[in-house]
Every structure is written in C-alpha cells, then in structure tokens.
Write a protein that binds this ligand. Structure first.
Ligand SMILES: Nc1ncnc2c1ncn2[C@@H]1O[C@H](COP(=O)(O)OP(=O)(O)OP(=O)(O)O)[C@@H](O)[C@H]1O
Ligand SMILES: [Mg+2]
Length: 311
C-alpha cells in the first residue's frame, strides 16, 4: 500500500479551565507525531500491511525525529527534505469541555512536488491512498493530482479521504469532486460528506456521492460508519465500539481508514471492514496521540493482506 500525505507534529494542548483570553490557562501540552497521511500509514504498517509513505518534511531535527518514528513503525519512508520550510505542526486545542480546534501549519507538507513522487511505487498490484489535505492544499495539489493520474494510468486502485471540513469547503466541493475523478473509494466524516453532497443525512449523502465514487465510506463518530456502493441499493452500517473516548484523544478517523482499507482490499464483507475500522478507531481513542502506541500491550498483526486491487 502506498500512502501520500502529510507528516506533522501535533502539539496537543488540553485546557483544565475555561480559556482565559488574553491571559494564561493551565493546561497539559504534549507533542506527538501526527499528520493524517502519516497516521494512516503508521496504523497500516503496525497492522502488518507493507506500507510506503510519501511526503515532505523540513530539514530540521523535528523532521528527522518524525521520520525516525515512522520507520519505527516498520514502514518504507520516502520523505523528501524541504531546504526552507519547517516540518508541519498542528496545534490541537482542547477546551475543558472537550471541544477540539486545530490550528494547522502544513510547513514543508505544502511544498510536495510531482518530482518528489517515487516512480517505482506505482504499479498495478498496489493500492494508493491520497490524504485529502495534500489535495486540498493549493501548493501540494499538483503533486497529489499527478500521483492520482500516475496511479490511474498504472491501473492501481485508489482511495482518497476528504481531509477536513473547513478547508474542503474553502476549496469547493465541485473542485474536489473534479480532482478526485477515477477514485474508487472515498472516506469522509459527516461534516465533509455534507460539504460534498449538500445534505447532512448520512444515507442520502452516501447515495449522492456514489454517483461520483463507486464506493463511499462515511465515518459517523459514536454513531458508527457506513459503506455504500454504486451497484447496491441501500448502505451497510456498522456500529462503533461502545467505549468512552479518552479526553483529548486524536486521530480516530485516520485509524479507522487504516482499519477499513486492508480488509476491504482483501475482499472481506464491508461490515467486517467497517468493524475493523471501528476497532482501530477505538484504540486511537484510548491512547495518547494519533499514532499507534507501541508501548501498548497489543498484538501486532502479521501477515495481513497486502494492498491488492480494490473491488
Ligand atoms: N464516541 C465514540 N465512541 C466510539 N467510537 C467513536 C466515537 N467517536 C468516534 N469513534 C470512532 O472513530 C471513527 C472516526 O470518527 P469520526 O466519525 O469523528 O471521523 P473523523 O472526523 O474523520 O475522525 P477525527 O474526529 O478523529 O478526525 C468512528 O467511525 C468511530 O469508529
Ligand atoms: Mg470527527
């Protein structure tokens, strides 16, 4: 499996009290490896899927640390170093009530170039996942679009996620739909699906989107997730795991994608694939940071299916 996307540092700040604007608020602040694309790739690799990650980082110490972390997950890192821009950082602000706001500085991620794409990873037996952020960000868009074109031309199956609601809205639904033509599987949460389809009814949104993508997977938070297909009446829904998310948790959506994809590519029933997505999402919601916690006493799945062609 090949993942093209963003590599970030997440600075997760969790306020203990209501924000004292213009003054100080006691908080816990912790730095983690993040970036939606890198998170997905890490969860895939830890799950035993042979994974290549393509992205751009700064030539700074942080970038080196972030890349070392990726290699620690056992993935094939094909990062290009940007000589000027720093490795991306996202300030994740969590209020005392648990509301989450992200201040995202993509840094070097925004400079991904078509020349950064390693030609040898494009081939008919592999699957490509492109992070929505890379596509939505104007400066990395050309690289993402070239990657999508090369993947289509080499007969790869392709999935894309819709990145993030506000940037998606700014870029424009019509544009995003145009850039992602030929993609076989779209992942979106309900906010993103609403932007793309014009309705916030999950089943209706999924149905509308299957006119553009043969397969659509919607992540519905505590309400689970659903899969819809162009060739089938009605969506298949699977419940989320019955858990209490740890306050300040991040990255459930990325873990979900990494859970769903390999099962789906191996031809398992969508309900099973959704179930595996929910399972990894639940793990992300129970641990600090968005990447798999290797200290956790979790068996690493080995010999999981490689990225085969999607149905
Ligand atoms: N309260 C919850 N209880 C159980 N599972 C949850 C809960 N919230 C989220 N999840 C799990 O996380 C998955 C992804 O969550 P969500 O629908 O919010 O997607 P997302 O917005 O892409 O993710 P994120 O909020 O991490 O960016 C859900 O499909 C579900 O499996
Ligand atoms: Mg969400």
């Amino acid at each position: 499996m090949v993942v093209i996307g963003d590599l970030m540092t997440d600075a997760v700040a969790q306020a203990f009290h209501p924000l004292a604007r213009g003054s100080d608020t006691p908080a816990s602040v912790t730095m983690y490896g993040g970036g939606s694309g890198a998170n997905i790739a890490s969860w895939l690799a830890v799950g035993g899927v042979e994974t290549t990650f393509v992205g751009r980082r700064g030539s700074d110490i942080t970038g080196r640390t972030r890349e070392m972390e990726l290699m620690g997950y056992g993935l094939d890192s094909r990062m290009v170093m940007d000589p000027e821009r720093a490795t991306g950082t996202c300030v994740v602000m969590i209020t005392h009530k648990g509301d989450r706001t992200m201040l995202s500085d993509p840094g070097a991620n925004a400079r991904l170039q078509p020349e950064d794409l390693p030609r040898d990873v494009f081939g008919p037996d592999a699957h490509l996942h492109v992070s929505g952020y890379t596509l939505i960000n104007p400066d990395s868009r050309r690289a993402a679009r070239v990657a999508l074109r090369m993947a289509r031309e080499s007969g790869m199956s392709i999935s894309v996620d819709a990145g993030s609601q506000a940037p998606l809205k700014r870029a424009g639904a019509d544009k995003f739909l145009e850039w992602t033509q030929g993609v076989r599987l779209l992942f979106a949460n309900l906010g993103q699906a609403t932007v793309l389809s014009g309705t916030d009814d999950p089943e209706a949104a999924a149905k509308i989107l299957t006119a553009r993508y043969p397969n659509v997977v919607l992540k519905l938070g505590a309400d689970g997730g659903l899969w819809a297909s162009k060739t089938r009446e009605g969506a298949i829904w699977a419940p989320a795991e019955d858990i209490e998310p740890r306050p300040g948790s991040v990255g459930a959506g990325d873990a979900f994608v990494a859970g769903f994809l390999p099962e789906w590519l191996a031809g398992r029933h969508p309900k099973e694939a959704l179930g595996r997505g929910h399972h990894l999402a639940a793990r992300a919601l129970h641990q600090p940071g968005a990447r798999p916690d290797l200290g956790e006493d979790q068996p690493v799945r080995r010999g999981a299916p490689r990225g085969q062609r999607i149905r």
